[in-house]
Design a protein around this ligand. Structure first.
Ligand code: FE2
Length: 278
């Protein structure tokens, strides 16, 4: 089994010009347009209403790769958030610190057509189409900021646990707000394949429980075998608004130990599982 860190050299981050704009080729704009069109068609009914209305409200360009500068202006007016262009891989410490400052770290390259349906690194389609709409939602952004503050001040060991909470909510969360189970995680809404797979009967789904989340390992390079389901974004906010409960849950998860993963770990050291938040 390939180590997840060994094949991540294909993409190079885009450097902004003096006015803060990044240049994309016609082919890159076409990739964006095609991804947008495919997901715009497939998400109604499967993505939660909060995401769908925020997607409309943020008003992303359909036919060209958006500029972070433009999105920043829209977000700033609504929730005070901003996007910070970063290389694809940054440390947990920097990542959580940026969230605490209401800055969402975003990669700026876009995938090639070879990676159209599946990409283990976060590209700009994932960052913008996946993450930015919900950064227009005030309950969600209050949760994100609070989470950032809590995680930035945590020990390195606890940050590994908190990365699992981020992974199973912000990246791969499901929500059951009324009778329908729907998706809100950025890793799902931005994935052509996973947005179809996540609500199928193939993966396991559990109500979100902090101790269970902290006991669940993840991999960034496969479709998720397990998802956790929330009932509302208020639930997410309330979780991180009670740091004592979070850290007690981490301690309990640590004493119980991690669950045996449903995926083959093989020669993949756990460090590789931890290194990255998409
Ligand atoms: Fe992400």
């Amino acid at each position: 089994m390939e180590s997840v860190m060994h094949n991540q050299t294909q993409y190079v981050s885009k450097i902004p010009d003096k006015d803060g704009y990044r240049t994309y080729s016609d082919t890159e704009h076409q990739i964006w347009a095609k991804l947008y069109a495919v997901q715009e068609k497939s998400l109604p009914g499967i993505a939660c209403p909060e995401y769908m209305s925020a997607l409309e409200e943020i008003g992303l360009p359909r036919n060209s790769v958006p500029q972070l500068k433009d999105i920043n202006e829209t977000l700033k007016k609504k929730t005070g958030w901003g996007i910070e262009g970063v290389p694809a891989l940054i440390s947990f410490e920097r990542f959580f610190g940026l969230l605490a400052e209401k800055k969402f770290p975003a990669a700026t390259f876009i995938r090639t057509s070879d990676d159209f349906e599946y990409l283990q690194e976060p590209d700009i389609f994932h960052e913008i189409f996946g993450h930015c709409p919900l950064l227009m939602n005030e309950v969600y952004t209050d949760f994100m900021q609070k989470f950032g503050e809590l995680a930035a001040s945590a020990s390195a060991e606890d940050q590994i646990m908190l990365a699992r909470l981020y992974w199973f909510t912000v990246e791969f969360g499901l929500i059951q707000s009324n009778k329908d189970l729907q998706i809100y995680g950025a890793g799902i809404v931005s994935s052509v394949n996973e947005s179809k797979y996540a609500l199928s009967n193939k993966p396991q789904k559990y109500e979100l429980d902090l101790v269970e989340v902290f006991r669940t390992l993840y991999r960034i390079d496969i479709m998720q075998p397990i998802y956790f389901v929330i009932s509302s974004f208020d639930q997410l906010f309330n979780l991180v608004d009670a740091p004592r409960v979070v850290f007690e849950s981490i301690a309990e998860a640590r004493s119980l130990g991690p669950h045996k993963p449903l995926f083959a770990v093989g020669d993949l050291p756990e460090d590789d599982l931890r290194k990255k938040i998409a």
